[in-house]
Design a protein around this ligand. Sequence first.
Ligand code: GLN
Length: 481
Amino acid sequence: MSLHALTVAEAADGLRQKKFSSLELVQSLVDRMQKVDPRVKAFLSIDAEGALAEAKKKDASPPQGPLHGVPIALKDNLNATGQPCTCASQILKNFVSVYDATAVRKLREAGAVFLGRTNMDEFAMGSSTENSSFHPTHNPWDLERIPGGSSGGSAAAVAADECFAALGSDTGGSIRQPASVSGCVGLKPTYGRVSRFGLVAFASSLDQIGPITKNVRDAALLLNVLCGQDPMDTTSLPSPVPDFTQALKQDVRGMRLGLPKEYFVEGMDPEVEKLVRAAVAELEKQGAKIVEISLPHTEQAVATYYVIATAEASANLARFDGVRYGFRAENPHDLIDLYGKSRAQGFGTEVKRRIILGTYVLSSGYYDAYYLRAQKARTLIRRDFENAFKECDAIMTPTSPTVAFKIGEKTSSPLQMYLADIFTIAANLAGICGISLPCGFAQKMPVGLQILGPSLGEESILRVANAYEQATAWHKERPNL
Ligand code: GLN
């Protein structure tokens, strides 16, 4: 097997046993990128020189951490010292980070080597990576289709064997949905599990960083490194971090798995539904008990999200004013004109749409009707999950209602695009954890099963996901590139 096809666990073990060097691993991935990335376009920048130099250093030093010498890719909204961090926006086109995000620092301390920066929807706003201001990314399973978004570059890079794993961020589904439609495993931790310090903020009450990997074990391994309280993020949780790989030793016998009746309604691709139901049947066969549950406020989730996320985005993106960071427009008449022109030229259409929407829902006279109401709806959605988790240990749903759509198919209808997140958004509003993993193919494209767990329930979802993965071989399929 070629080195580029390894998993994180295989790479880390092989390095420990000196079967190969970190330099050989990085070289093999760089070769792979040169071969396939001109077609997949998963990366915004590749730091081949830096990664090769770092790998050499790792080979020459005694192993310090669990990922010593293991190459990883980063979504382009995570700060890493000396690296670009464009968020796929013109406004940060020439920006270079001056510090490490906590998640990046933790990976660095665990010994990881950074390969490059993956493409994304501008400021993580989108579901297809078509909102990148640089170029779209292509789904490795069918280059005419989207890889999902907003962490589409990370998912495509993993699926195309251009890296063993990548970090993504998930505000309304941006780790799970691209993982689903590109045939990877993607895990969104409980809100507060992973520090958001150094992640360029989109919607601060919803954003979480998490791994996109080739299998469930790798997701657990990376979670071990990423989680933990951080004084730099006051929303990070003081909860102890278990060894998540221990959860992989347990089977699902006796576990109660909930099927929300509101999630199996029309509009879903029947082939997707069939595969998800088959996955549920497999887990039932292994001894899990399937229970029907209800999440009555599901219908409100998308609208609620698009009020709260845009409101927070309008505040967070105010810092890109042409003065403090990145791009500055030329020849302004005065300061106000400088702000206006820099933002008009620096932000893309979707980002502007969200800033305008967010400013509107927060404006005096409309605040109560929109923002306050959305906060109330959010509480109801959170309670739905609290009630559901009294009756089950994990919830099973499709990750996305359809397989990856064609590039350009939904760009003219923002609402159609927003509906791609219908199954993933509620988890962010409730702050709970979720994982997506491959459960089959429809129209020759990967389909993802979503497993949602309660707050701090990562061990439960990893346990269910691993039990399913062990019994199936979907995660071993590779695209033909
Ligand atoms: N697709 C959703 C949006 O456009 C979610 C994005 C995300 O999770 N970053 O807002």
